[in-house]
Design a protein around this ligand. Structure first.
Ligand SMILES: Cc1ncc(COP(=O)(O)O)c(C=O)c1O
Length: 384
């Protein structure tokens, strides 16, 4: 009944975890869910207020424009200028997305022909690899190893490109600050990557939804690298920065040619996102800085609480400088470890192998639960 392209897919990681949680709850377990990165704190009030007004405007009741309201894209351009010092033309270098997942999933359809190779980090957010397969491409794993600070080894990619003229990946996916490892990439790394991509005609899709969840200075945007716009786009999202995962709004910015390609795919699939959500998105992007400052201090405190409990039970990990994830080395089978934790503590975590074979041995914990629940989780871990 099903097409080959979905028959070969593993179950979507978080759909599988949902089943495990439901069964534990049915058994009466008080589950503390640290598996999904879905902020528990509500969307700030001024954004909700704008949405309530925007819903009443009849212009928002009709089909939206495919590329997104120009006012939303102007707000994105302003935001990039203020935060990263990056100049973007809102009419050609920014496209509104129905969440960054939507854009990431559709982008390979515009650039990948059947049999094309695409470099995908491992471990990684699972959508990159799946999207490549949907486009008929072949995802090739770029290991993110602790010894390389969870960055891909660009030197070895360059060496292979030099040695093998038949090996020409079409695209590279990247994501820093990184889910699941919490690693951050510096501007030097992005510079090296952009140089390589320009030299070999490889397109770069950088996924940056965690740029504002940082604890030690804002991590850079790849678009800060001079020349990045020749080969790269950056996906971003309002989901994590403004607690808006349910609203489904994000954006992709950078190379106008790449933006145009993604737009051509999207205009044949969706009809843009609800105008009222875009109006609320403008209010979000223009939020006073205290809003995100407050969020960072909540996550910083929660990470501190969970980090010390994980160290106390002997897991090996670093305190992340960004994201709301802890990436802890268990030394064994990550599915078994996650199962053991659920059975003995009621805590649900994500087994690292779900993000790729190089995630095996790790578990990922998200601090997107109320601080009291994080404290309770820390106590349960210490009693393990
Ligand atoms: C690395 C990464 N990219 C993209 C997304 C999707 O975010 P959005 O809500 O914008 O679709 C997530 C969500 O968890 C993520 O972790």
């Amino acid at each position: 009944m099903y097409a080959d392209r979905i028959k070969s897919l593993p179950p979507y990681l978080f759909a599988e975890i949902d089943g495990i949680k439901r069964k534990a709850r049915e058994r009466g377990v008080d589950v503390i869910d640290l598996s999904v990165g879905d902020p528990d704190i509500p969307t700030p009030e001024h954004i909700v207020r704008e949405m309530c007004e925007a819903v009443k405007r009849p212009a928002n009741h009709q089909y939206p424009s495919y590329e997104g309201k120009i006012e939303f894209r102007e707000a994105v351009a302003e935001w990039y200028r203020d935060l990263f010092g990056v100049d973007l033309d809102p009419s050609t270098e920014i496209l509104t997305l129905i969440g960054s997942k939507e854009g990431l999933a559709h982008a390979p359809l515009a650039f990948v022909n059947p049999g094309d190779r695409v470099l995908v980090p491992d471990p990684a957010y699972t959508v990159y690899g799946t999207a490549v397969m949907f486009a008929g491409g072949i995802p090739e794993s770029m290991p993110l190893l602790k010894k390389n600070s969870f960055l891909p080894d660009i030197r070895s990619i360059r060496a292979r490109l030099e040695q093998d003229p038949n090996w020409r990946p079409r695209l590279i996916f990247l994501n820093y600050p990184n889910n699941p490892t919490g690693a951050v990439a510096g501007l030097d790394f992005f510079r090296e990557l952009v140089d390589l991509a320009r030299e070999y005609g490889i397109l770069v899709m950088h996924d940056n939804p965690y740029s504002e969840i940082y604890f030690d200075g804002r991590p850079p945007s790849i678009l800060q690298v001079p020349g990045a716009k020749d080969v790269a786009v950056e996906f971003h999202s309002l989901s994590k920065t403004y607690n808006m995962t349910g609203w489904r709004i994000g954006m992709v910015s950078g190379s106008s040619r790449i933006i145009e390609g993604i737009g051509r795919v999207k205009s044949n699939i969706d009809s843009g996102n609800f105008g009222a959500v875009q109006d609320a998105g403008i209010a979000a992007l223009r939020s006073p800085p205290e809003i995100v400052d407050g969020l960072r201090s909540v996550y910083r405190e929660r990470i501190g609480i969970l980090y010390s409990a994980l160290c106390d039970i002997g897991l090996e990990l670093s305190k992340p400088n960004a994201t709301f994830y802890l990436w802890a080395w268990t030394g064994g089978d990550s599915r078994e470890y996650a199962k053991m934790l659920l059975e003995r503590t009621g805590i649900v975590v994500t087994p690292g192998v779900g993000f790729g074979e190089h995630g095996e041995g790790y578990i990922r914990l998200s601090v997107t639960q109320p601080t009291e629940r994080i404290e309770m989780a820390a106590e349960r871990l210490r009693n393990l």
